[in-house]
Structures are given as structure tokens and as C-alpha cells.
Design a protein. Structure first.
Length: 201
């Protein structure tokens, strides 16, 4: 195996996949929902996924929180055992599922709607015609590029795209709310980033 050649091909494929993520009006709608319900109505962003998507969802949730949008990660399995109680009427749900048919996530939508029927659902998926996509108020399509995994199975390219799409939502929300360096410093006291955010104040 030529590692350098494999690396070059992976970088090419994943870069192309990111460049081909569909740019749609859904992002503007998603950001507006988050701003209205979280920043204006006092709700929070509840992010969920399972497996590799769950790890990306957790990262998105913590990044939102550190940039001024209160957010939590809700494990879909634990949600069925009481943790759904964290959901409140003015919250927004951001759900990640590449297939769009992940049972735990589809069930989570049903349970959330039974608790609060008006909670908006934003979905990131590789299959915009899937059951989960049809249940969403906003569906953000990854573009569905194939995984770089040689088996075509392991979440690789799909999780890269979801990470980038989460970054888009975070940055656009920061701009929409006027989040500042000073705001960042208040939420990030420790470490290098905390120190850097306070420099020049």
C-alpha cells in the first residue's frame, strides 16, 4: 500500500465532498429558528445523533455553547429512559443521521413531538427523501458523497461533511447574534483560547 497516494486520494475525495455540499435556503431558515427560539425566547439547542453521528453532534453542541448559543447533547437512547425531560417548549432540535432512517433518532422525533408538538426539528442527513428528512422542519442535505472507507461503510466522508455543516450553522448564528470576542472570553476562561480571547482587552 502506498500511504502517500492513499492520503492524497482521501484528501481529494473529502475536499470535493465538502465543496459539493448543497448551499440552500435551509441554512438561513435554520439559523433564524435558532436565533428566534434560543436567543429571543430563552430556549436552547438540543443536538442528537448516535454512533459516529452522535460524536459529531456532541461536538456541534459544545461549539454552539462556547459561542453564545446554549446547547446540549441528548443521547437518543437515554432520551427514552427519562433524559427527554431536558426538552422545553422553546427549544430547537438538531438531529444528525446520515441514513435518515436511524431508528433511535426517528423515535426521538416522535417522542419529542408527543411532549411538545411545536418543537422545530432541523435535520442533517445524506438522504433528503428519508423518513427523518420528511419529519423535519428544515432538512440540510450533505450531498450524499460516498464514504472514503474502502468498504464504503465506515462513517468517514459523511462525518466530515456534517462537521463542516455544523460549523456553518455555528458561524452564521454567531454573526446573526453579534457574538463578540468579549462574549467569548466570558465563556472560555481557561487554557490558551481563554487567554487569547482576553488579549487586548
Amino acid at each position: 500500500m502506498d500511504v502517500k497516494q492513499t492520503m492524497s486520494e482521501i484528501l481529494r475525495q473529502e475536499s470535493e465532498a465538502v465543496r459539493n455540499i448543497p448551499i440552500t435556503d435551509g441554512y438561513e431558515k435554520a439559523v433564524q429558528i435558532i436565533v428566534d427560539r434560543v436567543h429571543h425566547n430563552g430556549g436552547k439547542l438540543v443536538v442528537s445523533g448516535i454512533g459516529k453521528c452522535g460524536q459529531i453532534a456532541n461536538n456541534i453542541a459544545t461549539t454552539f455553547s462556547s459561542t453564545g448559543t446554549p446547547s446540549i447533547f441528548l443521547h437518543p437512547g437515554e432520551a427514552q429512559h427519562g433524559d427527554l425531560g431536558v426538552l422545553q417548549p422553546d427549544d430547537v432540535m438538531l438531529l444528525l443521521s446520515n441514513s435518515g432512517i436511524t431508528t433511535e433518532i426517528v423515535d426521538l422525533v416522535t417522542l419529542a413531538k408527543e411532549l411538545y408538538g411545536e418543537v422545530p426539528i432541523i435535520v442533517i442527513t445524506g438522504h433528503p427523501e428519508s423518513k427523518l428528512a420528511q419529519m423535519a422542519d428544515v432538512c440540510l442535505h450533505t450531498g450524499g458523497a460516498p464514504e472514503v472507507c474502502p468498504l464504503g461503510l465506515t462513517p468517514t466522508t459523511s462525518t466530515t461533511m456534517m462537521t463542516v455543516m455544523g460549523d456553518v450553522l455555528v458561524v452564521c448564528t454567531m454573526k446573526a447574534t453579534g457574538f463578540t470576542r468579549e462574549d467569548y472570553a466570558k465563556r472560555h476562561h481557561g487554557g490558551y483560547l481563554g487567554m487569547k480571547s482576553r488579549m487586548g482587552r
